[in-house]
Unconditional design. Structure first.
Length: 699
């Protein structure tokens, strides 16, 4: 039985690998269960579910996706990603005490159309599918209600995102700054979403419909904060991460981080390509409002009405146009814009008038300085109209302005591309690969990605050759294994391994295979160190230097011998296939090993018969033969083995032997102090595993 955390309340559930549905003893919820074929997978699910229960949906989703990278048929992983997408939080109903779903990340897409939901249904068994269908129906109904309410809301121009209260329930400085910004923007005529005021008449109701409507309608989000942790607070991040997702599909939206009394480098990494604003800087408010005005094109400029004589308006265009450009020279940008509006009221197809409006918007005194703009202008609405109504000669001039700006100002993608190329020149191929991968099909990123990967492989290969020349064979093998079949890596590994094993003496430490050992990086396998116990003809006997896992001799309490125990099956299948490459498997010998039916009180193994194994445990007799003292039999456990339940004392741990104990329901083991004992129940989960194997020496 494995212990798994309830995905709704966090309580412990006792489950086995065959269960796809279970019920929590704490909250009474019936839920679907993941495929839990090992403790590591259970730990990943528990960690991801912990993040999801705490509304850290992006962190949770990343772990669920890593699970799917290993098994594309795990229905529960697909379903868990759906819960993260829709921000599903299970809240206790005070009347029924049942856990009911609430939606914190509404989507326009129905859950029934979601691809991950479809995958969950396709891979689920009949029991799990019933629960998925029922939950999907509930979530879909919640979504429809939210969308119905949000559709009735008036659109907003600006969404202010901030942390309202600290951990003690007191109002944060962020809230005060956000409120000041709210009133300033309101005075400028903007429709602003500020939860403290906007939602004050919504007390007692769910906020999600109104937040969803505001996120989708707002053209600008300003994220206000005075501390790094406030920017990363769960509900703050929930809002700005959702807005960043909207920006991917709607380039007209803009997110502006605004910080005070903190280092801008402490802002979330997701803001690294955004132009952040320092709220402590003199003139911050004016700069921010001017920037928002540029973005929010729906705010119509206030036009001062100028009385015109009752005659043909075209005769007044030239004087008004000249007056507007004189105002631009004097820096009277607002007045110039008003005059240009009058020009366009008389004739809406005057290219020069739109150029003047662009200058007023950019606060530029002379037209030639358009080439020095600090923002790209090719997609600006005034520039596009100016270009549309210009003659061929003036179009060329405008195109030159735009090209000059484009040459000087790079897009975020262009900046990333340039950084990646610089990393290649610095031989930082890993960094370049990461950037080119994120750029997708931008420019020739795909070609450069392939180039960076090839150069990385060449660099690692050359480093491996240097390590070989320095007689650092273990490090060289580790690097060559990571190269797969690149060049002659496999032949080099074979050559080094042949030499190392041929020269190995009893007591030497050698490397073979990789396995999970470090809990801080539980997804990364590390090289396994083995101790040479014996040499015989063309073979050497190895045992793992450390205890690599913690598992019962058999998964249930039963009268069992080595031949039929679950630990033998795990070693010769799961461990063997996980730890060794195809090349390494070629040197591991299939050997006949002696089995016994029991261990007598006189210290003798009785009832011998044989099995054929690739990986096995030592018998009691072999343990006495190959280890000459209690101290030599003592062994430490890896961090992963410790977490699985190894019994630890003074750094050492227990480890199983294959010989059955004096009791038919027990097996022999080595204690913390290196003593051999003869009766630990076979289903005990605190005993470690030290695999042993024979290696065929290459001829």
């Amino acid at each position: 039985m494995s212990v798994f955390k309830c995905k709704m309340c966090g309580g412990n559930l006792d489950i086995n690998e065959q269960m796809s549905v279970g019920t929590c003893n704490y909250c009474g919820s019936t839920m679907t269960l993941p495929k839990l074929d090992d403790d590591r997978r259970a730990n990943l699910y528990d960690r991801a579910n912990h993040f999801r229960r705490n509304n850290s949906f992006d962190k949770a989703m990343a772990i669920y996706e890593s699970i799917l990278n290993e098994d594309k048929t795990d229905a529960e992983a697909y379903w868990s990603i759906v819960l993260c997408k829709y921000g599903i939080e299970y809240v206790e109903d005070p009347r029924t005490h049942k856990r009911i779903p609430t939606c914190n990340r509404t989507q326009f897409t129905s859950i029934y159309a979601d691809e991950d939901y479809k995958q969950a249904i396709s891979f689920a068994d009949s029991s799990a599918r019933i629960i998925y269908d029922a939950e999907a129906k509930t979530i879909d109904e919640i979504q429809k209600c939210i969308l119905e309410i949000s559709a009735k809301e008036e659109p907003f121009d600006v969404f202010i995102c901030y942390k309202e209260s600290d951990q003690n329930g007191r109002r944060t400085p962020d809230s005060v700054l956000a409120q000041d910004l709210y009133f300033q923007l309101k005075q400028e005529g903007f429709k602003v979403f500020f939860s403290r005021i906007t939602l004050e008449d919504k007390l007692g109701t769910a906020y999600e419909p109104y937040i969803f409507a505001a996120l989708n309608s707002s053209k600008v989000m300003v994220v206000v904060g005075t501390r790094s942790e406030n920017f990363s607070a769960v509900w703050v991040k929930n809002e700005w991460s959702r807005y960043l997702s909207l920006i991917k599909n709607d380039k007209s939206k803009t997110l502006i981080p605004a910080y005070k009394d903190m280092d801008p480098y402490d802002l979330p990494e997701e803001f690294s390509n955004l132009q952040a604003q320092d709220m402590g800087k003199l003139g911050f408010m004016q700069d921010l409002i001017r920037g928002i005005k540029k973005i929010v094109s729906s705010i119509e400029p206030k036009v001062t009405k100028i009385e015109m004589p009752a005659s043909n308006g075209s005769s007044f265009v030239t004087p008004l146009l000249k007056r507007a450009f004189l105002c631009l020279e004097d820096g009277e940008f607002k007045k110039a814009d008003e005059l240009l509006e009058q020009v366009l009221n008389l004739d809406p197809e005057i290219s020069k008038a739109y150029v003047g409006k662009l200058m007023a918007e950019m606060q530029i005194n002379e037209e030639s300085n358009l080439s020095k703009c600090t923002m790209r202008i090719e997609n600006n609405s005034n520039f596009l109209k100016a270009f549309r109504f210009a003659d061929e000669k003036y179009r060329k001039i405008l195109k030159d302005y735009s090209q000059s700006v484009s040459n000087r100002i790079l897009t975020p993608e262009e900046i990333q591309y340039k950084n990646a190329m610089n990393l290649i020149h610095k031989n930082d191929f890993d960094g370049a690969i990461e950037i080119f991968t994120s750029l997708g099909d931008f420019n020739d990123s795909a070609t450069q990605l392939l180039n960076a990967k090839t150069q990385l492989l060449n660099s690692k290969y050359n480093n491996a050759m240097e390590l070989i020349s320095e007689n650092k064979y273990s490090e060289a093998i580790t690097m060559l294994i990571s190269l797969g079949d690149f060049k002659d890596s496999e032949e080099k590994i074979a050559s080094i391994t042949r030499d190392l094993f041929s020269k190995a003496n009893i007591g030497d430490i050698v490397l073979l295979g990789k396995y999970y050992q470090n809990i801080s990086n539980s997804l990364l396998k590390e090289p396994i160190t083995w101790k040479v116990l014996f040499r015989e003809n063309e073979k050497i006997l190895l045992i793992s230097e450390k205890i690599l896992a913690c598992k019962p001799y058999h998964n249930i309490n039963a009268d069992i011998t080595w031949k039929d125990c679950s630990l033998r099956n795990w070693l010769n299948n799961d461990f063997y296939n996980s730890a060794f490459s195809d090349f390494e498997k070629k040197v591991i010998a299939d050997v006949e090993i002696a089995n016994f039916t029991s261990y007598s009180f006189s210290g003798k193994e009785t009832g011998a018969f044989y099995t054929k194994d690739r990986v096995f445990l030592l018998s009691t007799a072999e343990t006495y033969k190959y280890f000459n003292s209690d101290n030599s039999r003592q062994a430490t456990a890896t961090e992963c083995a410790k977490v699985q339940g190894s019994k630890i004392e003074n750094g050492n741990a227990y480890w199983w032997l294959r010989t059955p104990g004096t009791d038919s329901f027990s097996a022999c083991y080595v204690s913390l102090y290196g003593h051999v004992y003869y009766n630990y129940y076979v289903n005990n989960t605190n005993i470690g595993v030290r695999p042993a194997l024979w290696i065929n020496l290459p001829s």
